[in-house]
Design a protein around this ligand. Structure first.
Ligand SMILES: C[S@@+](CC[C@H](N)C(=O)[O-])C[C@H]1O[C@@H](n2cnc3c(N)ncnc32)[C@H](O)[C@@H]1O
Length: 289
């Protein structure tokens, strides 16, 4: 009987059980291209569904799967959270909130409740800070501690116990393929936040809570035909939000919006209207009817 030919000796590591899922490294440009392609396919899929084009939808699903499906997309997103690529966006939130949170805990010991929509990890800066009791959800859970749930299908809160002091919506709004869907997502956040003005016993929290942490790729606001900072502020104000903090980097825009009372004179509705022309602009838009 012929002996089985042995391959090259394997490293010791090859024999060890996979105790840690290590994310494969992808270049920065490949990551960006993969994320953009995924967003484009999601948009085309939504259009095919709206037209009742079953064959088109199936073909797009094949393309999405060929790109690695939602898992491939999430893996690429995790690459973007690497320290050398700008790091996890919730670090900015913690820089903004740390001073008021530290003094609040010394006073009352109550941990604030956070809903993290589109959570890829349980190890980001807000999780590690220990300041929050966090409920994490994602369309495709990456594991324990993250509930698999579509925020748009999440049952509305029955009472205060199901509402939150803060919602994190980091790089999620731009995943929604249609402008109307984005407006609906923003509107929905208000229903999950506690009523404004409830921090009577902790006045240091009043300036920042209840609030929405919103992060978007910078070009969505800095280089869109249909959205700029002024229009975003107007949209958010029509929902009762007031801008408390913001930061723009080359890659991302970060905002902290505090929920206030909806002003009767607030503008809107906000249709898809060109506010800046130019061949190099993108088409990111938010529509609120
Ligand atoms: C680009 S990742 C962002 C992850 C992380 N928040 C960050 O800032 O790096 C977007 C995540 O949002 C999730 N997502 C998109 N729409 C969602 C929805 N309607 N409900 C829950 N999760 C959603 C996607 O599944 C994906 O994991």
């Amino acid at each position: 009987m012929a002996l089985k030919k042995k391959g090259p000796p394997k490293s010791l590591a090859a024999g060890r059980p996979p105790v840690l899922h290590r994310v494969k490294s992808i270049s920065r440009s490949a990551t960006k291209a993969l994320i953009n392609k995924h967003h484009l396919l999601q948009k085309k899929k939504r259009q095919a569904i709206a037209k009742g084009d079953g064959a088109g939808e199936a073909a797009i699903n094949v393309e999405i799967e060929a790109l690695g499906g939602i898992e491939g997309y999430q893996e690429a997103s995790l690459q973007g959270q690497r320290h050398d690529r700008g790091g996890d966006s919730s670090r900015v939130l913690m820089q903004w909130l740390e001073p008021c949170l530290s003094s609040q805990e010394a006073d009352s010991g109550r941990r604030l409740r956070m809903l993290e929509v589109g959570a890829l990890s349980t190890q980001n800066a807000c999780s590690k800070s220990n300041h929050f009791e966090i409920e994490r959800i994602d369309l495709n859970s990456q594991g324990e501690g993250i509930l698999q749930q579509d925020f748009m299908e999440r049952p509305l809160p029955k009472d205060e116990s199901e509402q939150f002091d803060i919602i994190s919506l980091s790089l999620v709004l731009n995943y929604v393929p249609e402008p109307q869907g984005r407006g609906e997502m923003l509107r929905r956040t208000t229903q999950f936040l506690l009523a404004p003005g409830r921090y009577i016993g902790a006045p240091q929290l009043t300036a920042s809570f209840p609030s929405l942490f919103l992060v978007l790729p910078a070009p969505c606001v800095t280089n869109s035909r249909y959205l700029d900072e002024e229009r975003l502020v107007a949209i958010m104000e029509s929902l009762g939000y007031v801008k408390v903090a913001s930061k723009t980097t080359q890659r991302l825009v970060y905002y902290l919006w505090k929920r206030g009372r909806v002003c009767k004179r607030a503008g809107g509705p906000f249709q898809k209207k060109e506010i800046r022309a130019g061949p190099t602009r993108n088409n990111f838009a938010v529509v609120l009817s």
